[in-house]
Design a protein around this ligand. Structure first.
Ligand SMILES: Cc1cc2nc3c(=O)[nH]c(=O)nc-3n(C[C@H](O)[C@H](O)[C@H](O)COP(=O)(O)OP(=O)(O)OC[C@H]3O[C@@H](n4cnc5c(N)ncnc54)[C@H](O)[C@@H]3O)c2cc1C
Length: 262
């Protein structure tokens, strides 16, 4: 690790002033610190977000659930507000990594990092989320721009994510047995105005699944989904799973999610 200075602002305005030169926001450090230790990333200034009040708050705002950027996965999983409004989201958070990861990792760090196998991006896309930042807002579909790439500008800080509360939703995930990241994860959300489905892990970046949405909007039943598998130009292949397997697995996760919602 190369030397760096650490700043710990206590307000958003102090944080923005502290972010100067070659700087990075520090949330739980679960991705950033290993990257720095292995010298994949070097940073002159780390701006630690942990002392900014209320950045980890969770609240209900009419038909939306608002989760602060510094909310840890364990807090989202255990929150009575999340469990009441969007139990599928609490369930997703409870499946992330292991207890150590859930107690350090944050929703802001996860979506800023945009790992192709991360769980939250599927929830943001299916739950029509809006990402609030110090520069404005981004609809989830504009926010995730590709593998490890988002719409964030240099120095732009995520403050919260607001999710549209569905009638019902759930997440089904086939986990990698070591890392617990998704080999394929599917989030299904039922709203008054239709079904939204999003997939993570199977492709180089999380994406909506229009074919699944179409059949489920026609008839919400496992039989509608049949043997549907996920078609995309961006299916991922690596030592853990090939593209065909991931496409098939997404279909299996879709059927599992639909069945559990019924
Ligand atoms: C062993 C292991 C297993 C894991 N398993 C899973 C899994 O199963 N599923 C899953 O989804 N994830 C998994 N993760 C990822 C984990 O859940 C974290 O969310 C992820 O590592 C990001 O960590 P962090 O929140 O501590 O952010 P950090 O590491 O602190 O930051 C990550 C990046 O986001 C930036 N950033 C942080 N906060 C903000 C903000 N508010 N605004 C703008 N930019 C910001 C940082 O500058 C940095 O570039 C795993 C991680 C580990 C180490």
């Amino acid at each position: 690790m190369t030397p760096f200075s650490l700043k710990r602002p206590t307000s958003l305005s102090e944080a923005s002033s502290a972010f100067a030169g070659d700087a990075a926001w520090l949330a739980g450090g679960h991705t950033l610190i290993p990257a720095m230790k292995s010298r994949l990333r070097s940073v002159e200034t780390l701006v630690d977000l942990s002392a900014i009040p209320d950045l980890d708050s969770i609240s209900r705002d009419d038909d939306r659930l608002v989760v602060g950027a510094m909310a840890r996965h364990a807090a989202v999983a255990a929150s009575p507000l999340v469990k009441a409004a969007i139990p599928g989201l609490a369930g997703l958070a409870s499946l992330i990594g292991d207890p150590q990861v859930r107690n350090r990792g944050t929703i802001g760090g996860s979506i800023a990092n945009n790992d192709p196998a991360a769980d939250y991006p599927a929830a943001l896309l299916a739950l029509d989320a809006i990402v609030a930042t110090t520069h404005g807002t981004h609809a989830a579909e504009d926010f995730f721009q590709g593998m490890f790439t988002t719409a964030l500008d240099e120095g732009e800080l995520i403050t919260s994510v607001s999710f549209r509360v569905p009638r019902a939703s759930t997440y089904a995930k086939h986990r990698h047995p070591a890392s617990r990241y998704a080999l394929a994860g599917v989030y299904v959300a039922r709203f008054e105005d239709g079904v939204r489905v999003a997939v993570t892990g199977a492709t180089t970046a999380a994406a909506r699944w229009p074919a699944a949405e179409a059949v489920l909007n026609a008839a919400f039943a496992p039989a509608s989904v049949g043997m549907l598998s996920f078609e995309s130009e961006n299916l991922a292949t690596d030592i853990h799973a090939g593209a065909d397997f991931r496409a098939h697995l997404a279909g299996v996760m879709l059927r599992e999610a639909v069945t559990s919602l019924l």
